[in-house]
Design a protein around this ligand. Structure first.
Ligand SMILES: Cc1ncc(COP(=O)(O)O)c(C=O)c1O
Length: 370
């Protein structure tokens, strides 16, 4: 393995719901879910059965042909969005790349406005719109045309958006940057600026989407309708998938030959994703909101926590100490949590987390932070 990750010294061999088991048989409560991916919990029977059925039927035919799972998934996502077309790929970064190409083609403009502290992926295009200089510096020059505004600062956004802007690209809740929600007023201003200046509004819901904040898309709770959305992470409960969804009301832009992906729309991943969509019922989304409130309230009362941010089950606790130490100590206590910055603890548990499991997690964190 090349050294792109500083891995913890644990090898997981099995997962079941909100629980993971390591090679020594030790059990861990998983409040990270593969960084906001395994939304239905490990080995959830619905995507498991759907993927298994598809594995016995058809694995791959290329995008020269139709398959049923890709059409069924596109229909489900279009219905959730309220009318949209889908491009399927295999990861979040690829979905962001697709959004950049779509926005440039649809507007004939090169400019991309993103936010400081944003994260959109590691490929050169996605990195070009990622507002974190430390992640970019070693890889310059990146794709040209990107500029950055400050989150929740309307004047800064207005100054960045011009006549050459193809797209404003925003995470409704900045995830890797530390779980910083955008205010409804800022999102509304972004929508108005895009409309006034002929740009497209793209929301990167790779982390905040697929039910994580208590609605299928985070934008549903924020009163702003984007021209396009990117999804990935939780869409197939852990099988690789990415998606660019373009509103039927927005310019289509892409034509045959403009973009593609050998594995995009893979039947097994799409079959699992259809099952995920079907499982994201109003009752499950209510559980996300309730467990989110339970965890946020509990976190706020813990020692060492100075601030709690986020929505639903996309949560962060700002700490008075380095998060890395807490993550290691948590593993020793049989708890998996994440970080999103030097002193930021990140919780992105399965959306199926029970009230008992949330209470167990809070009790363990209380011991660890004491
Ligand atoms: C908001 C957002 N966009 C894009 C990405 C990149 O996704 P991937 O790692 O699947 O390329 C991530 C991953 O963390 C993300 O959180």
């Amino acid at each position: 393995m090349l050294a792109t990750y500083a891995r913890h010294d644990v090898t997981f061999v099995r997962g079941e719901g909100s629980w993971l088991f390591d090679a020594d048989g030790v059990r861990y409560l998983d409040l990270l879910a593969g960084i906001a991916v395994v939304g239905l919990g490990h080995c959830h029977p619905a995507p498991l059965a759907a993927a298994e059925r598809q594995l016995h039927a058809l694995w791959h035919v290329s995008n020269l042909f139709w398959t049923e799972p890709m059409q069924q998934l596109a229909a489900r996502l279009s219905e959730r969005f309220g009318g949209a077309g889908a491009f399927f790929c295999n990861s979040g970064a690829e979905a962001v790349e697709a959004s950049i190409k779509w926005a440039r083609k649809a507007t004939g403009r090169p400019g991309l406005v993103a936010l400081e502290r944003s994260f959109h992926g590691r490929t050169l295009g996605a990195l070009a719109v990622t507002g974190q200089p430390a992640k970019r510096a070693a890889f310059e020059p990146l794709v040209p045309g990107a500029s950055f505004a400050r989150a929740n600062d309307v004047a800064s956004l207005a100054a960045a958006v011009g006549d050459d802007t193809a797209a404003i690209l925003l995470e409704p809740i900045q995830g890797e940057g530390g779980i910083h929600p955008l205010s409804p007023e800022f999102l509304e201003a972004a929508r108005s600026l895009a409309d006034e200046r002929g740009a497209l509004l793209v929301l990167d819901e790779i982390q905040s989407g697929t039910g994580r904040t208590g609605s299928f898309f985070a934008w549903e709770q924020l009163g702003v309708r984007p021209d396009a959305v990117t999804l990935a992470k939780g869409l197939a409960n852990g099988l690789p998938i990415g998606c660019l969804l373009v509103s039927d009301a927005a310019p289509a832009g892409l034509e045959p030959g403009d973009h593609g992906s050998t594995f995009g729309g893979n039947p097994v991943a799409c079959a699992a994703a259809c099952a995920v969509c079907d499982e994201l019922t109003p009752a499950l989304l209510e559980n996300v909101r309730e467990r989110g409130e339970q965890l946020a309230l509990g976190l706020a009362g813990l020692p060492a926590v100075t601030e709690v941010r986020g929505r639903g089950l996309l949560l962060a606790a700002e700490l008075d100490r380095p998060a890395a130490e807490v993550l290691e100590e948590a593993l020793r206590h049989g708890l998996v949590v994440g970080s999103a910055g030097e002193r930021v603890l990140r919780l992105t548990p399965p959306l199926t987390l029970t009230s008992d499991e949330a209470a167990q997690g809070l009790a363990l964190l209380g011991e660890i932070l004491a």
